[in-house]
Design a binder for this molecule. Sequence first.
Ligand SMILES: Cc1ncc(COP(=O)(O)O)c(C=O)c1O
Length: 399
Amino acid sequence: MSEMTNRSPDEFIAARVRDLAPSPTLAVSDRARALKAQGIDVIDLGGGDPDFITPAHIRQAATDAMNAGDTHYVSSAGTPALRQAIAKKLLVDNGIEVDPIGGVVVTPGGKQSLFESILALVGPGDEVLVIEPSWVSYVPMIELAGGRPIPVALRPDDNWRVTPEILAAAVTPDSRVLIINSPNNPTGRVLDQAELTAIADLARDHDLLVFTDEMYEKIIHDGNQHVSIATLPGMAERTLTFNGFSKAYAMTGWRLGYVAGPKPYIAEIEKIHSHSVTCATSFVQAAGVVALTGPQDFIPDMVSAWDRRRRAVATGLNAVKGISCPLVEGAFYAFPDIRETGKSSVEVADLLLQEGHVALVPGVAFGQAGEGHLRLSFATSDDLLDKAVQRIGDVFGRR
Ligand SMILES: Cc1ncc(COP(=O)(O)O)c(C=O)c1O
């Protein structure tokens, strides 16, 4: 065989990608799968994929659309029917007014809408404030865009509360965007009115855009309320709202999400969208319309399953030596505190995988602020969750 290239593979890899770490949550699942392939019975609580199947009427809508020939490219920003349904949902559920023409882009998954928006609105050297612990993909996306992620570290001992002081300490004249995520992955925190007001004050005072990731808005417990920051005074013109179908409608594999906000920004996002994915899948969008406009009664059923699981996990883990697990306010993850074990989150995750055969994500994957914690996903059956908690107790012992 002839020599392949004179340059080493490293020389061909773009500098902006070379140092990029793969998704740590997917890495956990890969390690769990590798152990399973060796015949080891691993319980994987690393992922964020609901174990519920998409409701039948939504699946039927996709099949019907496909069979009716809805198999072509559609309008890049999304089908008019889906954009209309999204605009109506945002008005009714969230109190946000957006124009379905020019104010919404439908993307293959919410992740893509975040990526396109960061690429469109974050330039080289622009600072993006990321409230941490944060979802694992914001920082790599900002880095790919050439921006500078600035962590805004919250404290577990203050229940991960956002305060004006913490925000003020992070903002600089180069700050352009602030990313918030409520309910939060991984902490489950639902931002309250005082926190939202502090964020809105900062955004107005320092002329920032706010990107609000509201993927888990339907999964909230204990009477906590989801409030969209775009509805606060003076915020509509500086807020992009991100949402999707993965979590509320158990549609992770379908890949469907969207971004909505002021037209001047959406127009730029649309350019990237049209040159990268063209459009989200046609018949998936037809199913998205039915998801938003059809019966919603399975959502409370799903939420009550998340509620049952969060209680069982918290009770089980609080009985384990070195672990303390508060009840989460929203989303479907526990974020237990393991500081009492005296070990790092990576050490504990390794120990649990090797000795307990339970895969969890080390908290440090969500930023330095997440150190001392682990993320455990409830996206598996009650029985398996129970078994996983037993195994964690076997590794650390019980109080
Ligand atoms: C906080 C957060 N944002 C965005 C996403 C992306 O969701 P999707 O691309 O499936 O819509 C996820 C998925 O886990 C998430 O947890």
